[in-house]
Design a protein around this ligand. Structure first.
Ligand SMILES: [Zn+2]
Length: 275
């Protein structure tokens, strides 16, 4: 793997020139009326590979630079020089997976080990903030399995649905912590005028398939809550009321002799569940 800045630059410039040359070839060999579509498809895959390579090469270069600093070579506690090895790490980014090599340092005196570049450059999570944002958005809209398929289709990024579930879980913890530290967010929400509140969550159900095989499948459920008086007048067709709605009294609304109507509904089933 190249480490000097000029060598990295030379490699990337050479790859860019090859890519531009291939763009010409693609359009030269396109059928009548197809050049635009062919170039678009070509860059969808090859352009992405190139940006992925830039990320990998430029970041590896930055790792080397960081590790050459004096403070990265010594134990942060006793300041002694440490034993070091190189270890690779694969990280998921918004441009796909990249593999980086960074130094592992172990202090024999303090009996501790460190990856100096991980903390300094933001590699501890194993995925980038950009990827986390994309994954969290997908998981908020679709099941983990559909999120896996769509991330692959839209961005060429492969993450298993279990990994996506873990990233979504970490994101939910971060949001929850942010709410704890910012009571104003909750306060504003509770004070907001409106007749409907909506909640959603994901869970797993245990099912048995036609062939007798049992497994856990994912699905999302949502509940929306309206004032009972609102429900009676406009919220829901009469035919659905008895079947789908329950009413629960709440202390908050007792004073006005009102109740809450809650509807729980499946938002999105795993396609396998619908079979
Ligand atoms: Zn030490």
């Amino acid at each position: 793997m190249p480490t000097s800045s000029s060598l990295v630059r030379d490699i990337l410039v050479e790859r860019l020139e090859a890519l531009l040359h291939d763009c010409e070839l693609v359009m030269d060999t396109s059928a009548h009326g197809q050049a635009f579509h062919d170039l678009d498809d070509f860059l969808y895959t090859e352009g992405r590979k190139f940006t992925q390579e830039i990320l990998q090469q430029k970041f590896q270069e930055r790792i080397e630079k960081t590790e050459n600093a004096d403070e990265a070579k010594q134990c942060p506690h006793c300041k002694k020089k440490q034993v070091q090895h190189k270890k690779s790490k694969t990280i998921a980014s918004a441009h796909g997976h990249i593999t980086l090599r960074r130094r592992y340092r172990r202090c024999s005196q303090c009996k501790e080990h460190f990856f100096p570049a991980d903390a300094t450059l933001g590699l501890t999570a194993g995925y980038s903030s950009g990827l986390k944002r994309l994954a969290a958005r997908c998981c908020g809209l679709w099941s983990y399995r559909l999120s896996e398929e769509n991330l692959q289709e839209f961005l060429g990024i492969h993450l298993s649905y279990t990994t996506l579930g873990k990233i979504a879980g970490h994101t939910a913890e971060e949001i929850s912590a942010r709410l704890q530290n910012n009571p104003d967010v909750r306060h504003d929400f509770q004070k907001a005028k409106g007749d409907i509140e909506f909640y959603a969550d994901g869970t797993f159900v245990h099912i048995r398939n036609d062939d007798g095989k049992a497994e856990w499948r994912e699905f999302k459920v949502g509940a929306y809550v309206v004032k009972w008086s609102h429900y009676l007048t406009k919220a829901c067709p009469a035919s659905n009321r008895l079947k789908l709605w329950t009413q629960i009294p709440t202390s908050a609304l007792k004073a006005s002799n009102d109740k809450l109507a809650v509807r729980i509904m499946p938002l999105q089933f795993d396609p396998q569940l619908a079979k």
